[in-house]
Ligand binder design. Structure first.
Ligand code: PLP
Length: 380
């Protein structure tokens, strides 16, 4: 099997799975209990918080972490605190559904939310953003890397611009597709909230986190025993958190080396795919900018062939790909590609290839040749 759907999820690494196992079978105590074995888990949990803060280049004096059950939950929590009735909130139209749908719900509840356009490359349209930021803007949410197209937003520029216009504005960066793949320096960025997820980087599923400035408002959306400094009740999933930290640690160490490898892979794969598509008279459109997008995600559209048909044809030959975000599969159309100006046919023909460092063991040229051969058979 060749797995090219790493933006959807990744395989849990053996080391991360070992950490989950050891902390489930041996070190399984409730961190809130009062005996020494439990205190030990509590200490490790606090250590995990500090490590995660350091992995995103933040100072533990300024930032803290709330562990959640997913990045979806983390995004819901941040938006529920960030979007209020007192001011206007700006959300990019390209956000993951966990941000976009939460913003829509809060808008239905009467909060003032404006949605910011994307440019043709799928990045947040800075002109549209600038036009909409004012002294009334209190909260902005933009993602670091688009899960649909790999577009990398100019988050540093966005934060600077926003804080210049209104120093009180709070900015949230959904870094789920960037964390462990693209270097993040939160201290320099100055974002107020950042979201990460474990299962996108070889950690176990069911673990996410909010990394936030300590003095900033972050209200709970789950109430109960007051765990996670009262911000997220429920016994902490320390085994999962330990797995997440193990996976993160190894990612952070190899971040640059893997980036280069995957960058080269995508470059060769995309040019071979384009070349072979031309040979077979297939119309292939790249959704995004190959130079500036994340090497880990490559979105294309084959005009006139349905993405889902391509997905199943490739699956029969042992190649697994995505057709845009799995979270979008219940909806028809694709809000992000539509916002980039793609036609209905181009949206329907969308295929998302998403890579990881272990994808690089494949030969990108022969893989692209094989994929185009399979797709051209559908056309015939
Ligand atoms: N944000 C982005 C950009 C994502 O790609 C995803 C998952 O695809 C999420 C948030 C949600 O992550 P989780 O699966 O941990 O809920």
């Amino acid at each position: 099997m060749i797995y090219l759907d790493n933006a959807s999820t990744t395989m849990c690494t053996i080391e991360a799975a070992e950490a989950v196992k050891n902390n489930s079978v041996f070190n399984y105590f409730n961190p809130s209990a009062k005996y020494i074995s439990a205190l030990d888990v509590y200490r490790k949990l606090e250590e995990a918080r500090e490590k995660l803060v350091s992995f995103v280049g933040a100072n533990k004096k300024d930032y803290s972490v709330v562990f959640t059950g997913s990045a979806t939950e983390a995004n819901n929590m941040i938006l529920s605190s960030g979007i209020t009735s007192h001011y206007e909130s700006l959300i990019s139209i390209g956000e993951h559904s966990s941000v976009y749908e939460t913003a829509k719900k809060l808008e239905r509840d009467g909060k003032k939310v404006k949605f910011i356009n994307l440019n043709n490359d799928g990045e947040v349209d800075l002109k549209d953003l600038e036009k909409n930021i004012s002294a009334k803007t209190g909260f902005i949410s933009v993602m670091l890397v688009s899960n649909e197209t790999g577009a990398v937003n100019k988050v540093s520029e966005i934060i600077k611009l926003a804080k210049k216009i209104n120093p009180k504005v709070k900015v949230h960066i959904d870094a789920v597709q960037g964390f462990g793949k693209i270097k993040i320096n939160l201290d320099k960025l100055g974002a107020d909230y950042l979201t990460v997820s474990s299962h996108k980087i070889g950690g176990p599923k069911g673990v996410g986190a909010v990394i936030y400035k300590k003095q900033i408002k972050l209200e709970p959306i789950i109430f109960g025993g007051g765990q996670e400094m009262g911000k997220r009740s429920g016994t902490e999933n320390y085994p999962g958190i330990a797995g997440f930290i193990t996976a993160s640690e190894s990612r952070i160490k190899t971040i640059e080396e893997h980036f280069k490898q995957v960058f080269e892979f995508k470059k060769e794969f995309s040019s071979a795919l384009e070349e072979n598509a031309k040979k077979h008279n297939l119309t292939l459109i790249t959704n995004g900018n190959l130079e500036s997008s994340s090497p880990y995600i490559y979105s294309v559209s084959f005009e006139g062939i349905k993405g889902e048909v391509i997905l199943h044809s490739l699956e029969r030959e042992g190649i697994l790909v995505g057709t845009g975000s799995a979270c979008n599969s219940a909806h028809s159309g694709n809000r992000i590609l539509e916002a980039m100006g793609r036609t209905k046919k181009q949206v329907e023909g969308n295929v998302r290839f998403s890579f990881d460092y272990d994808t690089c063991k494949e030969n990108p040229v022969t893989l692209a040749e094989k994929i185009i051969e399979i797709i051209s058979k559908i056309k015939r």
